[in-house]
Design a protein around this ligand. Sequence first.
Ligand code: UDP
Length: 322
Amino acid sequence: MRVLITGAAGFLGSHLVDRFLSEGYQVVGVDNLVTGSAGNLAHLDGNPRFRLIEHDISTPLYFDSDLEGVLHFASPASPVDYLELPIQTLKAGGLGTHNTLGLALRHGARYLLASTSEVYGDPQVHPQPESYWGNVNPVGPRGVYDEAKRYAEAMTMAYRRAHGLDTRIVRIFNTYGSRMRPGDGRVVSNFIVQGLRGEPMTVYGDGSQTRSFCYVDDEIEGIFKLYRSSRVDPTNIGNPDECGIRELVSLVMEATGSSVPPIFLPLPVDDPVVRRPDISVARRELGWSPTVTLRDGLRKTVDWFRELMGRPYARSRTLFGD
Ligand code: UDP
């Protein structure tokens, strides 16, 4: 049993690698290390069931040994990253999806696409069920990610219909936990780093916008269950416990022990006002629902960041982006 996972050195990719290894699989990781970090896989050095191929998946990849599955997780995934890397983001979702689908087809492998809640854009239906088609601005700055993933879903379904490929599509909602890159610009990592440094947390807009944050272990469990299931239509995997950004400030202040008041900065263009998954399908068809509360998950994540920030090399600009 061997699976190939692109984006293996990223936040979710590296956790997924661990999950497949723990189930007895051999895992081939692929990553170009643009937003991923080899450090996320350092604990696998010398593991005979894992190897990493450094490769940009927007160019074709040829692989000879048998594959049971191909899971495409490579992409810049935080708004700051994909605004800095707009063309690479479109290529990872467009060409990268096409290349990995071709690879899966050649190997007769199951294919799982990492899609996103961003396919719903700034949603006019709340919470978002899989049947909602979304409200995306294709030409706005976020369009590079949203449209790449929408195209990726369309391409995955086309391979299913045209070639009979065995496909799965997971729509991943905001996820947090260990191995997030401290400088990736996402709200949870920003607030934790700011809280631990005793700096003010940067709230964009008035902080009334909402997100629904899923702890990484829950997210990975849902994705793994989807991979092993027979569910072929897109499936939301996320935590439906919705949280305003101002409320998140309080929770992260509590978890980091910070008492510095937040500052308010302009809201990014096209920032969705609300986001919350309807996970009825995952509950019913996968028997999955999240188990870790935001308070508990934040505590574990803060512990991880505290440890990371204590390491001398971790104070580098690259990791923190400042
Ligand atoms: N946000 C914020 N402060 C930050 C980073 C993000 O207030 O330092 C807000 C952002 O405007 C958005 C929400 O937090 O409304 C989630 O942002 P994130 O970049 O984590 O992911 P998104 O869900 O927008 O893809």
